[in-house]
Ligand binder design. Structure first.
Ligand code: NAD
Length: 473
C-alpha cells in the first residue's frame, strides 16, 4: 500500500502538499534503471559529460520561475530561495572547473622493474546515493550530485521529506536532458526511503544531523560501501580585544541569524574579550532589534519562519535550559505564531559552557555571548565541542587572527569575517569531530572521492616478472 506524506507549509502552517512515499520495489527499479545506464555515461569523455551538465544548467535557467516558486513555498523565504535557485548554473561551472583540473589523462610510465609499464586511471563507483536535508534543499541535493555525475557515476538523490515541492519542476528540467535523465533521479521520501536507497548504491553522500549520520554510516558499513558525511555544527566565534567591535558585532549578528540560523555554518557560540563585552552586547542587541521578519511580506525582512515543525521546540528548550541555569535574554526569546512560527533574533548573556545552547546544535537565530579573560581560555572554550565544522576569529590584524585560527579544531576558519564557507567553495576542507567524515566536498577531491584508482600494469617482454623472481629465490 502506498503511504502519502502530507507536507506542512512553513509560512502558513497548513499541510497543503502531499506526495507518495516510494515503495521498496520502486526504489529498487529506479536504482536498477540508473545502474543500467551508468557504464555508457562513464564511457563518455569528460568533455561530453560536462556538455550534458551545462545543458542541464541552461535548461534550469529556463525553468527558473517555477523552481523558485516551489522552493519559496518549501522554505517560507524568498531571498535565500532566489540564491538557492540561481546557484545551480554557477555550481555546475565550479564543479566543471575543479574536476577538469583534478582528472588528468592517464600517462603510462615505467615502473621500478624495467620491463613493466604502468598507468593509473579513475574508476567511478557506479551508483551514488545522495541524501539531503531540508535547510538548503536544492543546494544540498546538488552540491555532491554534480561532481559525482561529472566523475562518471549515476546518482539517486533522496531529498528531504520536509521540503519536497521543488522536486517536481526540477524533474521536468532533467527530463529535457535525456542523457542526464538516464543517470539522475530524485526520489523524495522519509528516512525509510533514505535507508532503502543505501541498500542499492555503491557509495553514499549524506548531509544532515549527527544522529542520522551515525545510522547512515552504520548502514554503509554493513554493506561495506563508503559514506561521505556532512553533519551538524556548533560554530564558535572569538572576538579578540584588538578587534573592531562594531564590525565584529554586526558580522556576528548577521551570520548567526541569517537563514533564521538554520544553516550548519551559523555562528552559535560567541566568545568575547571581557573588556569589549558591554559594547559588543549593546551593538549586537541594536542590530538584532533592527532585523525584521519576512511576515506579512515574504519578500521583505531577513528572518523567515522555522522550516521544520519541531525546530522551534528545540530552540525554546535550549532557551529554557539557559534561563534556568542563569542566562539572561536581552532581546527576542518568544515564538511568534502566524500559522508558521517565527522567532526574533535572540541575544543571551550570562551564559555558561554547560548550557544546551553552548553544547547542542540550536539551529535558530540565537546568539549566546560569553566573556573570556585570556586568549588561551578563548581557544579552550571554542574547542570544547563535539563538533568541528567551522569557526571565526575577529582580531586587530590578520596575523593575530590566523595564529588563533590555526589552533581551532574546525575544518575551516574565517578571519575577520564569518561563515565564509557558505559562499567560498574554492578551498578543500574537512570536517573535524562529529561534523563529518570523508574527504572534502570542495576542491579537487569533490569529484575524486566518487572514484577509485585503478592501476594497469603491462609487461611486453614475454618474461613473467613475479614467476621468475619466485623461481630464482
Ligand atoms: P536529518 O538528519 O534529520 O535528515 C537528513 C536526511 O536524512 C533527510 O533526507 C532524511 O529523510 C534522511 N534520513 C532520515 N533517517 C534516515 C535513515 N535512517 N537513513 C537514511 N536517511 C535518513 O537532518 P535535517 O534535520 O534534515 O537537516 C538538518 C541537519 O543537517 C543539521 O544538523 C545541520 O547542521 C545539518 N547540515 C549539515 C551541513 C553540512 O554541510 N555539514 C549542511 C546543511 C545541514
Amino acid at each position: 500500500m502506498t503511504t502519502v506524506n502530507k507536507v506542512r507549509n512553513p509560512y502558513t502552517g497548513e499541510r497543503d502538499y502531499e506526495f507518495p512515499e516510494p515503495t521498496g520495489s520502486q526504489i529498487a527499479e529506479v536504482a536498477q534503471r540508473l545502474r543500467s545506464h551508468q557504464a555508457a555515461w562513464a564511457a563518455k569523455s569528460m568533455a561530453q559529460r560536462v556538455a550534458v551538465l551545462r545543458e542541464f544548467g541552461q535548461r534550469w535557467g529556463l525553468h527558473r520561475a517555477e523552481i523558485l516558486a516551489a522552493i519559496q513555498t518549501d522554505t517560507g523565504r524568498s531571498h535565500v530561495a532566489r540564491l538557492e535557485t540561481d546557484s545551480i548554473p554557477d555550481t555546475i561551472e565550479r564543479v566543471v572547473s575543479d574536476i577538469q583540473s583534478a582528472f588528468t589523462e592517464p600517462e603510462p610510465r615505467s615502473a621500478g622493474i624495467a620491463v613493466i609499464t604502468g598507468w593509473q586511471h579513475r574508476v567511478p563507483y557506479g551508483l551514488i546515493g545522495n541524501i539531503a536535508p531540508w535547510n538548503f534543499p536544492i543546494i544540498l541535493s546538488f552540491i555532491d550530485t554534480l561532481p559525482a555525475l561529472a566523475a562518471g557515476n549515476a546518482v539517486l538523490v533522496k531529498p528531504s521529506e520536509v521540503t519536497p515541492r521543488w522536486v517536481e519542476p526540477v524533474r521536468r528540467v532533467i527530463s529535457e536532458v535525456p542523457e542526464l535523465s538516464d543517470v539522475l533521479e530524485l526520489l523524495p521520501g522519509t528516512g525509510q526511503t533514505g535507508a532503502a536507497v543505501i541498500e542499492h548504491v555503491d557509495a553514499v553522500a549524506f548531509t544532515g544531523s549527527v544522529a542520522t549520520g551515525r545510522k547512515v554510516y552504520e548502514a554503509a558499513a554493513r554493506r561495506f560501501i563508503p559514506a561521505f558525511l556532512e553533519l551538524g555544527g556548533k560554530d564558535p566565534v572569538i572576538v579578540l580585544e584588538s578587534a573592531d567591535v562594531k564590525f565584529a558585532a554586526d558580522t556576528v549578528t548577521n551570520c548567526s541569524v541569517g537563514s533564521t540560523g538554520q544553516a550548519c555554518q551559523s555562528l552559535e557560540r560567541v566568545y568575547v574579550a571581557r573588556p569589549l563585552l558591554d559594547e559588543f552586547v549593546a551593538e549586537v542587541v541594536a542590530v538584532a532589534e533592527s532585523v525584521t521578519l519576512n511576515y506579512p511580506d515574504i519578500d521583505a525582512g531577513l528572518i523567515g519562519p522555522f522550516i521544520f515543525e519541531k525546530q522551534p521546540h528545540i530552540v525554546m528548550e535550549h532557551l529554557r535550559d539557559a534561563v534556568a541555569k542563569g542566562a539572561e535574554i536581552q532581546c527576542g526569546g518568544e515564538i511568534i505564531d502566524h500559522g508558521g512560527q517565527w522567532i526574533r533574533p535572540t541575544v543571551l548573556t550570562n551564559v555558561r559552557q554547560d548550557m544546551k545552547v553552548m553544547q547542542e546544535e540550536t539551529f535558530g537565530p540565537v546568539i549566546p555571548i560569553m566573556a573570556f579573560d585570556s586568549v588561551t581560555e578563548a581557544i579552550e572554550l571554542a574547542n570544547d565541542s563535539i563538533y568541528g565544522l567551522s569557526a571565526s576569529v575577529f582580531a586587530g590584524s590578520l596575523e593575530e587572527g590566523r595564529n588563533i585560527a590555526q589552533q581551532l579544531k574546525a575544518g575551516a576558519v574565517s578571519v575577520n569575517d564569518a561563515s565564509l564557507t557558505a559562499f567560498v567553495h574554492d578551498f578543500s576542507h574537512d570536517s573535524f569531530g562529529f561534523s563529518g567524515l570523508g574527504s572534502s566536498r570542495f576542491g579537487p577531491s569533490a569529484g575524486l572521492r566518487y572514484t577509485r584508482e585503478q592501476a594497469i600494469l603491462e609487461n611486453d617482454s614475454g618474461q613473467a616478472v613475479v614467476a621468475s623472481i619466485i623461481q630464482s629465490s
